[in-house]
Design a protein around this ligand. Structure first.
Ligand code: 5AD
Ligand code: SF4
Length: 460
């Protein structure tokens, strides 16, 4: 009998990838995905712990799901509730204590054991199962090969965990030590994704450009360790794979091999998310970022020399402990110097167990709010200018799915902008030149360019 599975995913793209793998892992056990938690046999919350707000959401969501669980029980059914991801890793015991109706709690490194955990939960109804271990066996070796169609744009985890220990960040604690998957496993997964219809692959990792995976000899390079640049070169040779991206990278790990890949590999899209966090050397040092603001500027310069049309995105934290007005001004200066196509910015959120959380010189909330507003105004202005500069240009758009209006498709430009255009469903998966006509707050709109002496389609 088919059992209904609902997975709610919070946070980063790594969680999106993990949720998809969990669904694949459970499919052979008869679980099929459903749209909402109501009436589900198994509900998994795949959680994010990066900032306090993200973690708080889990407990409020659990309250709502408890009511559904009780309703199910009154009808004689059973709903198993599992909490996964980084909140589970960081606060496993607390979740079990605060939410006794939760059946299973497991961390990001333990989800390959989910079938076993479900069996345990079924055997001992009422007993809670907790697995927040960092198993010695890499979970990737135990995950089934994907049988699900990946869609036009797919994610592929190549690296996980982080050894950087930025003083604000929970990731090294929740995701554990850095681990790079062997290059051959990644190539095999990428070939499967492409065979299933993917035209674009985004390589994922908490610190993806720290990638240093074992590789067998393949004619391109002898056996040994590959960096991300070498991995990208090998992936780009897979027939049918038109676009490659990677996220999230650390400025310290942009090495010559990666810069050269941006120069030489046309499949590598000219858009890079490269978090800088702050433009003040004092704050960067206190954050343990291990680079200065000028080193970031130089890294961007090297990348832009390699790929002149490279557009940049970043993450910023305002109100880190000890951040003075001058430090904050230095961040604004850096933003003005670089010019970002888009960015994410956050107020510093003290995370339990991280060094910065116990610093004495916390910045008052109103100051954080005011700085965030000022930074976001500048970033929004830059994003608007970047998008406006696209009007009139012809951009190759990879169509991914139907738009909201009938007859309309949505795709992505090389710079990751969402682009709407009128086009038939058969063009999903194609890369099509689109003349950009208008800019909306979060997307562009355009028309498919008239045929350029042919079909009008650019080669992938
Ligand atoms: N407070 C605020 N922002 C944070 N980030 C990570 N930890 C914190 C924190 N404690 C932000 C960083 C990171 C992004 C994923 O989340 O900018 O790059
Ligand atoms: Fe967190 Fe990224 Fe720093 Fe690692 S490099 S500790 S994931 S912010």
């Amino acid at each position: 009998m088919t059992k209904r599975l609902f997975i709610k995913t919070y946070g980063c793209q790594m969680n999106v990838y993990d949720s998809a793998r969990m669904a694949e892992l459970l499919a052979p056990l008869g679980y099929a995905m459903t749209e909402g938690p109501d009436g589900a046999d198994l509900v998994i919350l795949n959680t994010c712990h990066i900032r306090e707000k993200a973690a708080d959401k889990v407990f409020s969501e659990l309250g709502a799901i408890r009511r559904l669980k009780h309703a199910r029980e009154r009808q004689g059914g059973r709903m198993v509730i599992a909490v996964a991801g980084c909140v589970a890793q960081a606060e496993g015991e607390e979740i079990l204590a605060r939410a006794p109706f939760v059946d299973i709690v497991f961390g990001p490194q333990a989800y390959h054991r989910l079938p076993e955990m479900l069996a345990r939960a079924a055997r001992a109804a009422g007993e809670q199962v907790l697995d927040t271990s960092f198993p010695a066996e890499p979970k990737f070796d135990f995950l089934p090969q994907s049988g699900v169609a990946p869609g036009v744009s797919a994610f592929l985890t190549v690296q996980e965990g982080c050894d950087k220990f930025c003083t604000f960040c929970v990731v090294p604690y929740t995701r554990g030590a850095e681990y790079s998957r062997p290059a051959d496993d990644i190539l095999a997964e990428a070939r499967r994704l492409v065979a299933g219809g993917a035209r674009e692959i985004t390589l994922l990792g908490q610190n993806v450009n720290a990638y240093h995976g074992a590789a067998l000899a393949d004619g391109l390079k002898s056996a040994g360790e590959w960096g991300l640049g070498e991995l990208i070169r090998a992936l780009a040779r897979i027939p049918g794979l038109a676009r490659l991206r990677y996220t999230t990278s650390h400025p310290r790990d942009v090495d010559d091999g990666l810069v050269a890949a941006h120069r030489d590999v046309p499949e590598l899209m000219p858009f890079l998310h490269l978090p800088v966090q702050s433009g003040s050397d004092r704050v960067l040092a206190a954050m343990n970022r291990r680079h200065s603001a000028d080193q970031y500027r130089r890294t961007v310069e090297r990348l832009r020399q390699a790929r002149p049309d490279l557009a940049l995105s970043s993450d910023f934290i305002v109100g880190f402990p000890g951040e003075s007005e001058a430090d904050f001004r230095a961040t604004l200066d850096l933003v003005r110097d670089i010019g970002f196509a888009q960015a994410f910015s956050f107020k510093y959120s003290p995370r339990p167990g991280t060094p910065a959380a116990s610093a004495a010189d916390q910045v008052p909330e109103p100051v954080k709010a005011q700085r965030l507003a000022e930074l976001q105004a500048l970033l929004r202005q830059q994003q608007r200018a970047f998008n406006a500069a696209c009007v009139g240009r012809v951009l190759p758009v990879l169509f991914e799915r139907p738009g909201r209006r009938p007859g309309q498709l949505v795709g992505r430009s090389p710079y990751l902008q969402a682009v709407h255009a009128d086009a038939g469903m058969e063009r999903i998966g194609e890369i099509v030149p689109v003349t950009i006509r208008a800019v909306a707050p979060n997307s562009l709109a355009g028309v498919i360019s008239p045929p350029l002496g042919g079909t009008g389609e650019v080669a992938a």
